[in-house]
Design a protein around this ligand. Structure first.
Ligand SMILES: NC(=O)c1ccc[n+]([C@@H]2O[C@H](COP(=O)([O-])OP(=O)(O)OC[C@H]3O[C@@H](n4cnc5c(N)ncnc54)[C@H](OP(=O)(O)O)[C@@H]3O)[C@@H](O)[C@H]2O)c1
Length: 230
């Protein structure tokens, strides 16, 4: 299995590189030139393609021959970075490749998510402020995901809860809609978000799904497991 990790030098990206290497996958990582040093620990074990993740030539080269592409979608800046990245991956990934994208709970596939007040505040108040100061554009991350949802590709959009650092607790659990009781705890260790992304590559049940995830040892996940007798 050859996989490309777009946004490999970020926190989520580096965890995904490690999980992919642990599985014996061949890894190609894309990251900004100034961030190559953040991948030093993987030197000699992965191929690095330097450049902006929305640079279509960079992505075309990076995804060539890949069976899977893991893409970190981030809303930074106001120049359509997220949608440009998603579009390039959709356009250049080999037909049939598994495409897995990361985002947050704020992305809704069908409008049926019920959001916690804190998240509504962040998106509704901080989102416009970030856009005003040209720091980030959450709307562009929404647009990126809209394009993925509309595509016929073998995609999965993994929607992360609030994140924290810490040791792995195991594969997160998921549900189709934020607001479902299993997700109430709203916390996942970042290393396990990455695990879910990498595991999705070989999970056909997640094709054309937008799972919202939460840590498998959080109170809400454990309560749910008890209820269904797992
Ligand atoms: N943070 C949260 O609480 C949270 C919650 C839910 C979901 N998520 C999702 O999780 C994923 C990873 O997020 P994260 O917060 O953990 O961050 P992260 O893994 O550290 O990733 C940040 C990415 O953004 C890139 N980046 C940073 N500044 C940039 C800029 N100005 N222009 C272009 N690229 C820039 C970084 O590249 P460099 O290495 O080159 O800097 C890196 O690839 C995202 O899809 C996010 O939507 C995050």
């Amino acid at each position: 299995m050859k996989v490309c990790i777009v946004g490999a030098s970020g926190k989520l990206g580096r965890y995904m590189v490690q999980h992919a290497l642990d599985r014996g996958y061949e890894v190609v990582g894309v990251c900004r030139e100034k961030s190559v040093g953040k991948l030093e620990e993987f030197k000699g074990r992965i191929t690095i393609i330097k450049g902006a993740t929305d640079d279509r030539e960079v992505i075309e080269k990076a995804v060539a021959g890949c069976d899977g592409v893991l893409t970190v979608l981030v809303p930074w800046g106001v120049h359509n970075y997220s949608s440009g990245t998603a579009q390039a991956v959709l356009d250049y990934a080999p037909p049939g490749a598994r495409l897995v994208f990361s985002c947050g709970w704020h992305i809704s596939r069908d409008g049926k998510d019920v959001y916690p007040r804190k998240l509504k505040l962040i998106v509704g108040v901080l989102g416009p402020i970030a856009r005003l100061f040209r720091v980030a554009d959450i709307g562009d991350q929404v647009e990126a995901c809209r394009r993925v949802f509309a595509s016929d590709a073998q995609w999965t959009v993994v929607r992360g809860s609030d994140l924290k650092e810490g040791e792995s607790q195991g594969l997160p659990v998921w549900s189709r809609h934020v607001g479902d009781p299993i997700l109430r705890s709203n916390m996942t260790h970042r290393i396990d978000f990455a695990l879910f992304m990498v595991e999705s590559l070989e999970n056909d049940e997640l094709v054309q799904e937008a799972p919202a995830i939460v840590g498998c040892l959080t109170p809400s996940a454990l309560e749910h497991a008890e209820t269904v007798g797992e």
